[in-house]
Design a protein around this ligand. Sequence first.
Ligand code: PBG
Length: 329
Amino acid sequence: MINRRPRRLRTTPAMRELTAEFRLDPADFILPAFVADGLDQPREISSMPGVYQHTMDSLKAHVHDALVAGVRSIDLFGVPQDEDKDPTGSQSWAEEGILNRGLAALREEFGDDVVIIADTCLDEFTDHGHCGVLGTDHRGNPVVDNDATLPLYQKMAVAQAAAGAHVVSPSGMMDGQVAEIREALDEAGYQDVSIMAYSAKYASAFFGPFREAVGSSLQGDRRTYQQDPANFRESLLETQLDIEEGADFVMVKPALPYLDVLSAVAEMSPVPVAAYQVSGEYAMIQAAGRNGWVDAHAVMMESLTSIKRAGANQILTYYAIEAARALRG
Ligand code: PBG
């Protein structure tokens, strides 16, 4: 005789809803968005169908759509024109730099109705495409110079706070970046601006389409500063250090290929844990869906549910609006 029948709780849609252990909520979603300089109309990113480089006007309309769908957080990336890039990424802290203008426009339009998160990294703004400035090690070999980069992150974070960001989010994986940014924000009077730290960020091929999205100038890779996909324990150290340095949120990125890492970080973190479903994750679902190989909508919802189940409190996803609309029926 079978006396335990787990199928009883799966018999009807209402019963399944009642017994669901995890639920997606539009309030947890963060919409990543791109604002580009020199565009007169939005430009679709070919490797991310449905995602656009925005003009200032289309960006505002996009964030408005998000709000209506119940998504109240946006993570903004800037795409400068090539001639504005230089070795130090100086447009990243210039008041008239594209990202700072975008942040200011959003803050003016939406005030505190939306949580405005700024990507705090030099890679979009440097002519070599690295997340930090270039230097040489003690033997004269070229490196991305950790300590020379930190003051630039400080300037960038302060400029973003001045422009109106509620949150700055250092994504460059320089050691000590959270502490240095915290100190600079506090000194400038921005005690209330929080830090979402990209804590466990891997040197991932899943970032491929993002390079197109931001018109990246990168040659080579980021393996000397982003984590090796072969490592797990290291993520716990990275997270712990960021928390000690003052991170208000920590993040794991990418999401789906790193759910084991996400789960472990969620277990140990006393601060909210975000996960970033990155460009390549989005592109793969879109591509397979367009080929009729998978049901893209269903895969989107299932993958977002997996990220939540693994322990994410916030989910950065290019699907934020679409998924929120589906959840709201
Ligand atoms: C770096 C940054 C990257 C992404 C977010 N911030 C690219 C990288 O580290 O190479 C990737 C996001 C995505 O792939 O969706 N500023």
